[in-house]
Design a protein around this ligand. Structure first.
Ligand code: IMP
Length: 215
């Protein structure tokens, strides 16, 4: 990972503010080269209830989650808000990606729903978008965005990844993201690009975390 020569001065603790196992797996690998102690919600005592994601865009929802978990845990929190934006569907499912077709229908049913909706549509363009937001005390925050362009497959293919990966065709390989290994996905994904932007900003992250620890 490109870190622009910057390095965190001391190992700092950050809480990964997500319960999504797919995101946790990817974020841990993406952020591994950085000098961070990463906690997950499972490392905390007691259960913190999930906040409602009422924001109008990915940044707003990432901030809702990071602020909620930072406040509840006492740790600076890094939240990912992400989703699939389909051109021919006017940007749907977008910020509602995790809840598309119903909160509890599961990824497989959601992928079927979307491919069925796209059955007669020739414009297959879509993109994954991700925003990572780091929040400490109060209102201040740092945020980074990443995007991956591709197309919607006719039907789900592949067993890897999570969410919409089986129906998202990545143009350079011609494969769905679910056919890539974790390492391959983490070289190109929207989340990885946001992580790379964070890594380029490491001096800022360091100052942000030092400020948090001083308060
Ligand atoms: P949220 O950020 O928790 O609101 O949920 C994001 C949702 O977008 C996930 O539950 C997935 O359905 C979808 N999503 C985000 N990133 C990915 C990805 O890398 N692959 C597949 N689906 C994703």
């Amino acid at each position: 990972m490109e870190t622009s020569g910057a390095w965190l001065k001391a190992k700092s603790t950050i809480l990964l503010a997500t319960g999504n196992p797919g995101k946790i797996r990817e974020l841990k690998a993406i952020l591994k080269p950085l000098n961070l102690r990463l906690l997950t919600l499972a490392d905390l005592e007691g259960k913190i209830l999930e906040p409602e994601e009422t924001g109008a865009d990915f940044l707003a929802n990432a901030l809702i989650k990071a602020r909620h978990y930072a406040q509840a845990s006492g740790y600076p929190a890094l939240a990912d808000d992400s989703g699939l934006v389909v051109e021919a569907l006017g940007g749907r499912p977008g910020v509602a990606s995790a809840r598309y077709g119903g909160q509890n229908i599961g990824d497989a049913a959601r992928n079927q729903l979307l491919t069925r909706e796209m059955a007669d549509i020739s414009d297959r363009r879509a993109k994954f978008q991700a925003v990572l937001a780091l929040v400490g005390h109060g209102e201040s925050y740092l945020a980074w965005a990443g995007e991956l362009a591709g197309t919607i497959a006719d039907k789900p293919v592949g067993e890897g990844g999570f969410g919409y990966d089986p129906i998202f065709l990545e143009p350079s390989s011609g494969l769905t993201l679910a056919q890539l290994t974790l390492e391959e996905k983490n070289r190109i994904s929207h989340r990885a690009k946001a992580g790379q932007a964070l890594a380029k900003d490491l001096a800022k992250v360091d100052a942000f975390l030092r400020d948090y620890e001083d308060k």
